[in-house]
Design a protein around this ligand. Structure first.
Ligand SMILES: C[S@@+](CC[C@H](N)C(=O)[O-])C[C@H]1O[C@@H](n2cnc3c(N)ncnc32)[C@H](O)[C@@H]1O
Length: 200
């Protein structure tokens, strides 16, 4: 992604109730699936306007919000001070950038389908985690390509659960689990969403 694919959407991104409730379901699924504590420092990959991290913030010490989109980061910056933990915003393309910091966990919602090489991204997640750290990655199950009605830099029409689990395993993750997290309801269809959790 080199251009800001979300420039025209960022200002109204949270006006879509289905989107907001989907990310709420994903957050609840993460909270129920991984152990969070107030000493933890997490990364939210593809944090957007902060819909996911604002729900996870009260349970941890710090979240580094990683997003390539200037316009989405600007929306997050407006609420940064009112969130439940320290928030750092990194405006980078995680597929290309190198970060020295390590994290106790990496969370992500609805972003992996924007990543061309998902296995390489799992490898990057692995390298960015402390020993015993977790990933909690949520995205669309395989769909027929009708989910997106415009091009926001989409590389995958969702994922087959066994394929994405195998990609995480090849990157070195263990204790991999994939479960139902949510369903996005649109006028033209329903789109199930999974949560993949695993440990380094
Ligand atoms: C569909 S939005 C999801 C935002 C948020 N996680 C949510 O669920 O509301 C995907 C976000 O991922 C970001 N993104 C996509 N590829 C990225 C990359 N390689 N590095 C950093 N951010 C990326 C986009 O800019 C966008 O804000």
């Amino acid at each position: 992604m080199s251009k800001d694919h979300f420039e025209h959407k960022a200002g109204t991104y949270e006006k879509d109730d289905n989107r907001v409730s989907n990310v709420g379901n994903i957050a609840n699924s993460i909270i129920a699936s991984v152990s969070l504590d107030r000493n933890m420092q997490l990364m939210d990959f593809g944090s957007g306007t902060g819909l996911l991290l604002e729900r996870i913030a009260p349970f941890v010490k710090k979240i580094t919000a990683v997003d390539i989109s200037k316009s989405m980061n600007a929306q997050l910056a407006k609420k940064q001070a009112s969130l439940g933990c320290e928030i750092e915003i990194l405006e980078i393309d995680l597929a290309a950038a190198d970060i020295c910091q390590k994290y106790d966990g990496i969370i992500s919602s609805m972003t992996m389908h924007h990543v061309k090489d998902t296995e390489a991204m799992f490898g990057k997640f692995h390298a960015l985690l402390n020993e015993g750290g977790f990933i909690a990655i949520s995205d669309l199950d395989s769909e027929d390509g009708s989910f997106h009605t415009e091009d926001t830099g989409v590389y995958h029409s969702g994922f087959a659960r066994d394929s994405i689990a195998q990609a995480a395993q090849r990157a070195g993750f263990r204790d991999i689990e994939v479960k139902d997290a949510s369903v996005v309801r649109k006028p033209h269809g329903e789109y199930p969403v999974f949560l993949l959790t695993a440990k380094k």
